[in-house]
Design a protein around this ligand. Structure first.
Ligand SMILES: Nc1nc2c(c(=O)[nH]1)N[C@H]1C(S)=C(S)[C@@H](COP(=O)(O)OP(=O)(O)OC[C@H]3O[C@@H](n4cnc5c(=O)[nH]c(N)nc54)[C@H](O)[C@@H]3O)O[C@H]1N2
Ligand SMILES: Nc1nc2c(c(=O)[nH]1)N[C@H]1C(S)=C(S)[C@@H](COP(=O)(O)OP(=O)(O)OC[C@H]3O[C@@H](n4cnc5c(=O)[nH]c(N)nc54)[C@H](O)[C@@H]3O)O[C@H]1N2
Ligand code: SF4
Ligand SMILES: [Mo]
Length: 695
């Protein structure tokens, strides 16, 4: 395997760029262009290009660590570490019941790991208390997509359709920094005569490429979408025939939109009536158009309704389930799509089945060889689970997330984690969360192991092992196998990813996310397969996969898409005298998520060395702040300090902080854990703060 070129995929975001890896004799790994992979055609961002540096980083864990009597984390052997974890989880279960043991997963885990982790929680631990960081990511879009279309797949079409449509509205999405190679699709759209509208309170690098940039006040996208729908109706642009033939619920949705006059919407959003009209004109003029959302409108306590309102706009104008038209959500993490399909979510079984559906329980229990009645019911959502640590949930197994940095109201979450009776973390580095654990297991990552991921298009991909892992580390699947064995379940947790995938195929068969017609051989030969891809009957040819969904019918019982009857409502926390400024949060190009991995790469740290507070010159003048001055940002949850970065590219009523760093500048010390009632998504994108120069 050494010194050969292995075609594989990036460890980080949902684009899952193709790349070629070649290990060199000196232990380094060369990243080469993989031009034949259509999604990125060889292009990579700096994070992907430098990803191998994390493999060899001095920060890499190469031995299990256990907490000593003196309270230090000290190296230990694998047997001792696994014994301790099994003992810790079993003790809590014996003393307090199965639901006192929690499991927290991640959307970066491969399909095989996500599947095995969900099975481990339900079958070995018997707990309902499992959820994952995808809840913080795209759960609002998933909930709205399921309501509207009967099925949630981030993009219902491949990225290659984007350049050929007529207009794209990108809502709260900054691909120039979060998925740079995808920007090409939007550039080509404009070269082909199409138009790009960007909706973002900041003039991002993405907004700079747009034909029209709307800069609403954070947390008001719902009103904005309703205002546009109002104009669509008022200007006679409704596709009556499509609404009649392919949708349900229009009358209620129409009535709700009619209550949102453009002038009223202007007052709520700060987007002027002429801008609203122009957006409607650009969206409605061409034959086909798309709306794509990302975390801006979704990470709100009304994220599900907000996405529903954008879907309404698509439905009223006949722009869903037709060629080159549709609504899509740009998922975030490497396996953000697959990670939400195979059972690490609190209410879910593999194949995107519902845990409360008796037929789903019967099918999956059959594959697992257990009694369906032994499967627990739905558990708490991610923030609610973290909030219950130390009280109802006393022991936690965590794999693939760093909530001390990334969870809302992070100081409280950190305090909850510290109050656990027992914490075990599997990670590649000593993340801020792993540093609090009783046992830390060092695991293999990405290029050191094989597994599948499902990218933002719903394309299932094979990520191949390209290098030999360092001595002392093991894969997450080996960890689950070792723990299951110690907890009395000897069978059902294979360590070979392909074996796990074969079982996942059977478990997903017949479910909404049906992978049963996909296997490693097929994935190895091409550029991935789009689900659903059911297994053919004994005679039939292989199913080709489904790049484009809903062209004939939606996945609802009657085949019709559902309008959402939604109305504007304020954010959970609006500015007042004590906290007069809006805080929003997000990402920068050179760091990834909690930074656990990218903060180990010198080149990335040079480009993005630390947190900052972005603010408008007018707000800066009011505060007496100059560029680089330390600013204290204070919310009802806490206080963070970071240098001022002054720019005219942000609304004067809003400040922005990236969330990639721990410590004093941790943005999530400030954020509001108010949850969306349907998706249980926290309101990362808007809360009220006070800003002052920290002297
Ligand atoms: N460089 C980098 N790339 C990444 C990641 C990373 O950490 N770093 N993470 C990956 C993951 S998991 C994800 S989920 C994606 C996220 O990808 P994006 O959604 O593109 O990233 P964000 O920066 O969180 O948010 C996008 C934009 O929303 C805007 N915004 C803030 N509040 C509002 C609002 O109320 N309404 C609207 N309309 N917009 C608002 C912000 O100004 C920001 O520019 O990126 C993926 N790619
Ligand atoms: N304020 C604010 N907060 C946010 C957001 C925001 O926009 N604003 N965005 C939210 C979103 S969209 C997301 S997705 C979350 C992400 O935030 P986190 O869930 O913290 O995501 P990561 O930093 O990617 O954490 C993954 C951890 O798992 C480790 N890891 C990587 N690969 C593997 C593996 O294969 N196995 C194991 N066991 N470990 C592995 C990494 O080293 C890292 O420590 O943050 C959320 N938090
Ligand atoms: S855009 Fe995403 S998948 Fe592509 S190289 Fe960058 S981080 Fe990796
Ligand atoms: Mo995400």
């Amino acid at each position: 395997m050494q010194n050969t070129v292995t075609p594989t995929h990036c460890p980080y975001c949902a684009l899952q760029c193709g790349m070629n890896l070649t290990p060199a004799a000196d232990g380094t790994v060369e990243v080469g262009e993989r031009a034949d992979f259509p999604v990125n055609r060889g292009a990579l961002c700096g994070k992907g290009r430098t990803a191998p540096q994390v493999l060899a980083s001095g920060a890499r864990l190469t031995s299990p660590l256990v907490r000593s009597d003196g309270g230090e984390l000290v190296p230990a052997g694998w047997d001792e570490a696994l014994d301790r974890i099994a003992g810790g989880l079993a003790r809590t279960r014996a003393e307090r019941g199965a639901d006192a043991v929690g499991v927290f997963g991640g959307g970066g885990l491969t399909n095989e790991k996500a599947y095995a982790l969900g099975k481990f929680a339900r079958v070995v631990l018997g707990t309902s208390q499992i959820d994952y960081n995808g809840r913080f990511c795209m759960s609002s879009a998933a909930a709205a997509g399921t309501k509207a279309f009967g099925l949630d797949r981030g993009l219902p079409f491949p990225l290659e359709d984007i350049p050929r449509t007529g207009c794209v509205i990108l809502v709260g999405s900054n691909p120039a920094e979060t998925m740079p190679p995808s920007l090409r699709y939007f550039t080509e759209l404009r070269e082909n005569g199409g138009t790009l509208i960007v909706v973002d309170p900041r003039r991002t690098r993405t907004a700079e490429q747009a034909d029209l940039h709307l800069a609403p006040r954070p947390g008001t996208d719902l009103a904005l979408a309703l205002g546009m729908l109002h104009l669509v109706v008022a200007e006679g642009r409704v596709d009556e025939r499509y609404v009649e033939e392919r949708t349900a619920g229009w009358e209620e949705a129409r009535a709700a939109a009619m209550a949102h006059w453009p002038e009223y919407v202007e007052r709520i959003t700060g987007v002027s009536v002429p801008e609203l009209r122009e957006a409607v004109r650009l969206f409605c003029a061409p034959e086909a158009a798309m709306v794509l959302t990302a975390r801006g409108p979704e990470q709100q306590a009304k994220g599900t309704d907000t996405v529903g309102a954008w879907i309404n706009l698509c439905l009223a104008t006949g722009r869903a389930g037709r060629p080159l038209s549709g609504y899509g959500c740009l998922t975030g993490q490497g396996n953000g799509q697959g990670g939400r399909e195979h059972g690490q979510k609190a209410d879910q079984l593999p194949g995107y089945r519902r845990l409360t559906d008796p037929a789903a329980r019967l099918h999956v229990a059959g594959v697992w060889g257990v009694d369906p009645d032994s499967l627990p019911g739905p558990g708490r959502s991610a923030y609610e689970l973290l909030d219950a640590l130390g009280t109802d949930v006393r022991a936690l197994l965590l794999m693939g997330s760093n909530p001390v940095v990334s969870a809302p109201r992070a100081a409280h979450v950190e305090e909850r984690i510290r109050s656990l009776d027992f914490l075990a973390v599997c990670d590649v580095v000593l993340s801020e969360t792993a540093a609090l654990a009783d046992v830390v297991l060092p695991v293999t990552q990405w290029a050191e192991e094989t597994g599948t991921t499902t990218n933002l298009e719903g394309r299932v991909l094979l990520r191949r092992r390209a290098v030999t892992p360092p001595d002392g580390v093991r894969g997450d699947l080996e960890v689950l196998h070792g723990l299951a064995d110690r907890l009395g379940v000897e069978k059902g947790f294979p360590t070979e990813p392909e074996e796990v995938f074969e079982e996942l195929r059977r478990a997903s068969a017949g479910g909404p996310a049906d992978y049963s017609g996909i296997d490693y051989r097929r994935l190895g030969e091409g550029n991935g397969v789009f689900w659903p891809c059911p297994a053919p009957g004994s005679e039939g040819p292989p199913h080709p996969g489904t790049p484009r969904l809903f062209l004939d019918r939606f996945a609802t019982g009657d085949g019709r898409a559902r309008f959402a009857a939604v109305a504007h409502r304020p954010s959970a926390e609006e500015p007042d005298e004590a906290y007069p400024v809006l805080l929003t949060t997000g990402r920068v190009l050179a760091q990834y998520q909690s930074g656990a991995q990218t903060r180990r790469v010198a080149e990335l740290n040079a480009a993005a060395p630390g947190p900052f507070v972005e603010l408008h010159p007018r707000l800066a003048a009011r505060l007496g702040a100059a560029e680089g001055d330390p600013l204290a940002v204070v919310s009802r949850r806490g206080r963070a300090v970071a240098p001022a970065r002054i720019t005219t590219g942000i609304r004067p009523d809003t400040v922005f902080m990236p969330f990639h760093w721990p410590g004093e500048g941790r943005a999530n010390t400030l954020t509001n854990p108010a949850l969306d009632p349907t998706s249980r998504m926290p309101e990362f994108k808007v809360c009220a703060v006070r800003v002052e120069v920290a002297r």
